[in-house]
Design a protein around this ligand. Structure first.
Ligand code: NI
Length: 224
């Protein structure tokens, strides 16, 4: 399941993030990649120990974590730190699958859900599409500044070469309470049904039933 969150960041927050990243220390993105990804990765990332990373992390991932669609569909248990990646002309990220386990010793997490938040407007750069292989074919994603996309970390994906301008994004990962993407999909579909029923017929028996089933499926599948 690939979902987008339009305007996760409003224009002011996008502006603030871009301004803070303007003179941030970008280093070779291969430093943070596993051995498989390193072979195809060609971008730059802000050094993770930079002070701006922590501040932007709180602002951006705080909003992501609190977002009702992310809560209902990703069912996050742990969220990684934010990585700030930049692609300048000639840079790309070839087809790869994200590392299954990330984080430092003592703070490891399984990557179940991959997130990208776009920080530059799509008409300011050419190329740089995020292409994700899904069971129904490839899906290309290049969203407005402030929008987010998330998808199962088990998916093969790539970032096309940037040929003009600059692609600036935030990437992050979540470990989910429900590791199986098919189960997360069912829970999210049922959540949407339940929400619609709560609005249309809050007192109805069907509303209580739908909510009851959702809660008990979570109880059955959640790992903490
Ligand atoms: Ni990736």
């Amino acid at each position: 399941m690939l979902l987008t969150i339009p305007a996760l960041l409003d224009a002011a927050r996008v502006q603030q993030a871009r301004a803070m990243l303007e003179d941030a220390p970008f280093v070779d993105g291969r430093l943070s990649a596993g051995s498989d990804a390193r072979r195809v990765k060609n971008n730059e990332e802000v050094r993770p120990d930079d002070g701006r990373v922590a501040e932007l992390n709180r602002m951006i991932l705080g909003r992501l974590y609190a977002h009702p669609v992310f809560q209902a569909a990703a069912l996050p248990r742990k969220l990684s730190g934010a990585f700030f990646a930049r692609y300048r002309p000639g840079m790309q990220y070839g087809t790869h699958v994200d590392d299954p386990v990330m984080g430092p010793e003592g703070g490891r997490y399984r990557t179940d859900v991959s997130v990208t938040v776009f920080l530059n407007e799509p008409d300011t750069y050419d190329g740089g599409e995020l292409t994700i292989e899904t069971e129904f074919g490839e899906q290309q994603v290049k969203l407005a500044a402030g929008d987010a996309v998330f998808y199962p970390s088990s998916s093969l994906h790539r970032v096309a070469e940037v040929v003009r301008g600059e692609r600036l994004v935030v990437v992050a990962w979540a470990e989910s309470m429900v590791r199986d993407p098919a189960r997360r999909r069912l829970l999210y579909d049922l959540y949407q049904v339940t929400e619609a029923l709560r609005i249309a017929t809050p007192q109805a028996e069907a509303t209580r039933r739908a909510s009851h089933v959702h809660a008990n499926l979570m109880r059955m599948w959640a790992e903490l």
